[in-house]
Unconditional design. Sequence first.
Length: 386
Amino acid sequence: MRKKYKFNTDQLHREDIHPDNKLDWQLDDNDKNILKILSPNDIKNISSDFAEQNNIVSDDKITAISNKNLKYDLQNDEFDYDKFINNFNQLPSPLDQCNEDISYLGPGLSPTFNFAAYADRSELIQTYVKLGVELYKLENNQDHMRALLTVDLKKELPKYLQFFHDSGIAADDFGKIITMCPIILKEDIVDMETRLRYLRAHKFTQPSIARIITKNPTWLTWATKHIDERLGHFQNEFKLSGSEIRFLATKQPKIITYNMKHINENTFAFIEEMGFGANEAKIILLTKPRIWMQNRAKTLKTFEYVHRSMNLSHDIMLSNIEVLSCRVNRLKNRHEFLLELNKVQYDPKSPGYISLKAIVNGSDEEFCKDVAKSSIETYNQFLKTR
């Protein structure tokens, strides 16, 4: 078996090797007789076969090693100097023209509070933009940004989009849903499927389910138990039938998950402060459920003006529930302008009847042209005199 020799690498310098050099071989006494130090000229005259057979170190296997900690196997490792120089010369010059696209190279992006800085580099953000997600609305909420940016583009996002599709939601509404409720992308799909099965079990139709999710995707983040409690509250409070509670949830899905304290305060205001009966409150709820989400003080203020200044009864208000959701200033300006023109008549059985819906809806130009039968200039001049 061949002996392995250890060299003192500090003495292996190519230019300094000469016949008088003495390498620091760490040999046993019995091995010193087989060692022969050759000069560069002698090594060149020895065939490679003979050198390999006799374990002789050739000149082209000796290289300069400046790092003392580097272990270099002179018997196996090769360093082709000419090849190295050739490869080095093939490297492009700093002055050469570059035809490669290197626009992606640049300094790393620092932490940011908006998506714009990463839009060109992030395929995920580009996908959200294509879906129609309004990212600018979500940048101020760190939880929403985190929910969007931690989704796996290849593995997770397609599953959520498939879930939306299977729920009957139009593809154009995917971005709208994510914009309204970004945390829906962190919900477990199995849990959301359970919540949809709950709606189907309570005879909600597929179009109704699609509308509920589109208008209020927060539904899918609520546990089935809590949704059941909310539906039961409205059903018991207003004595709603099964079809009526489904109608309410489909018409205004947000009211089911709205702040319950706010809902109860408005219920108290309609029945106790405005004087509507339980059945009348039920009619208002089913006709205009958004009123229950309005500010209670503003609703009371509107009711006071309609009931006391315009002298409208509860029955007329029930027939024109939109009047309770109108701003007081708008209602006051138009009503007093009609008084100035002597055209106030809100009784549908009397001649010259003016619909309250026409007063509360439409622009000032439409009101002047269709209701007051006057010009917008006259109306504006009237407002300046008040």
